[in-house]
Ligand binder design. Structure first.
Ligand SMILES: [Zn+2]
Length: 428
């Protein structure tokens, strides 16, 4: 696959994955097409060498793996990790608000949202709906309004003369999106609206009553190449669907001999502590079913390695002092190894050396990031997985601007570079 094909695929994936549920659905679609078989946690597994499988949890986390022909105690498992969730605004359980005849929805802030860029965007809604069907059974459906159905208008500068100097955002009061101008003050029922959408979306809809939902707003503007020479890719959710896609594309081309695995967890943006998050038992449980338990598992894990992929902060030309002078990753200059002496990143010299050697082999440039010594360091699923599983881990990611904005910016080349290195990792 060349850079153009890779980036086109990435942009399609980003556009079709407004929520972690949709991202997992997109990934499973591609895996099915490539002959991966679906496994269910509730069933007995009979894994065969040379076959590939996937299993999901909560429909928002996924583990895919290909069983290598060689013994696991000899090769270990080559693992890549990423996360499916991105910071966003989630609809509250009883969200209806009517003020001055405007129908709005109350929202919760999910993760570390950069709120400013959410104003004046064309927003749509997507997620999972759990409903009662016509047979009286509980069922679920992924929904996507697709059209721009909401907006959070800014307050005009004339009504807030200091806006450019000191405007702050109150996340309870200032951000409920507007969906409708009502003819009267009757409060519409949001669940009823959902039901109508579901009936419109499916040819045969068996939904009788919406019981609950997990829905979030997203920007309908599709991903785009940006820049005079199209040096950049702008999109929502580059953190971290870019890594999910890159991991997936690499896995699809992995070696026949060595067992390879990709884990994409939900809930990284809120600390990973959930049944489907990196701090939950999902990966451990799948590893036990692949390799066995006790001594044998310890032996396999000791031979294994995890590359945890999550975007890094590129040094911004308008804010160069936010980075250490010697550790400011530049866009389009390759993936970034993230290290932190206090283990906020799991990389060590051993895993970092392996990655650098892989980059060298495929002729891809590589950069390094450590946070300024006087600033707090972020974290990701790498250290969490390393602590849960005990596998040697590397934290790496492509350099980006505007992380956690509704529209982030990555380089044209970096995801493709990362893909080439990860492919080499999986190749043995
Ligand atoms: Zn991330």
């Amino acid at each position: 696959m060349n850079d153009t094909e890779f980036n086109q695929g990435l942009m399609g994936f980003l556009e079709l994955s407004p929520t972690p549920f949709h991202a997992v659905q997109q990934m499973t679609g591609r895996m099915e097409y490539m002959g991966y078989r679906q496994l269910f946690e509730s069933e007995q597994w009979k894994l065969e060498k040379g076959q590939a499988y996937y299993v999901t949890r909560n429909d928002s986390s996924i583990i895919a793996f290909k069983m290598g022909k060689k013994a696991l105690t000899e090769t270990g498992i080559k693992m890549i990790g990423a996360h499916t969730d991105s910071p966003c605004l989630k609809v509250k359980p009883q969200p209806e608000i009517v003020k001055k005849g405007y129908f709005q929805l109350g929202v919760e802030v999910y993760g570390g949202v950069l709120l400013n860029p959410w104003f004046d965007r064309d927003l749509s809604l997507a997620g999972r709906v759990n409903y009662l069907d016509t047979d009286g059974k509980i069922n679920q459906l992924l929904v996507n309004f697709e059209n721009p159905v909401a907006v959070i208008p800014s307050l005009a500068i004339h009504l807030d003369r200091e806006a450019n100097k000191d405007r702050t955002i109150n996340s309870q009061k200032d951000i409920p999106p507007i969906l409708l101008k009502l003819p009267n003050d009757d409060k519409p029922d949001f669940k009823q609206m959902l039901l109508q959408l579901m009936q419109k979306q499916c040819d045969v809809c068996d939904a009788e009553e919406v019981l609950d939902y997990e829905l979030s707003f997203y920007d309908v503007q599709p991903p785009a190449y940006i820049g005079l020479h199209q040096d950049f890719i702008a999109s929502a959710r580059l953190d971290n669907l870019l890594s999910c896609y890159t991991g997936l594309m690499s896995l699809l081309e992995s070696s026949e001999d060595i067992t390879s695995l990709l884990v994409c967890n939900d809930h990284e943006e809120v600390g990973s502590a959930s049944s489907s998050g990196a701090q939950g038992p999902f990966l451990k449980s799948v590893l036990e079913r692949i390799a066995g338990t006790g001594e044998i598992l310890t032996r396999v894990i000791d031979k294994s390695m995890m590359i945890s992929t999550d975007n890094a902060h590129a040094v911004h030309p308008n804010f160069v002092d936010k980075h250490d002078d010697n550790h400011g990753p530049i866009i389009n200059q390759g993936p970034v190894i993230k290290t932190n002496a206090n283990q906020r990143y799991a990389s060590n010299s051993e895993t970092s050396a392996i990655f650098k050697y892989l980059c060298k082999k495929v002729d891809v440039p590589v950069q390094s990031f450590v946070v300024r010594s006087d600033m707090a360091c972020g974290s990701t699923i790498g250290p969490i997985t390393a602590s849960e599983i005990g596998v040697k881990t590397l934290d790496v990611g492509v350099p980006t601007f505007a992380m956690h904005s509704i529209r982030e910016l990555a380089g044209y080349w970096d995801a493709f570079y990362l893909y080439r290195v990860l492919k080499e990792f999986y190749a043995g």
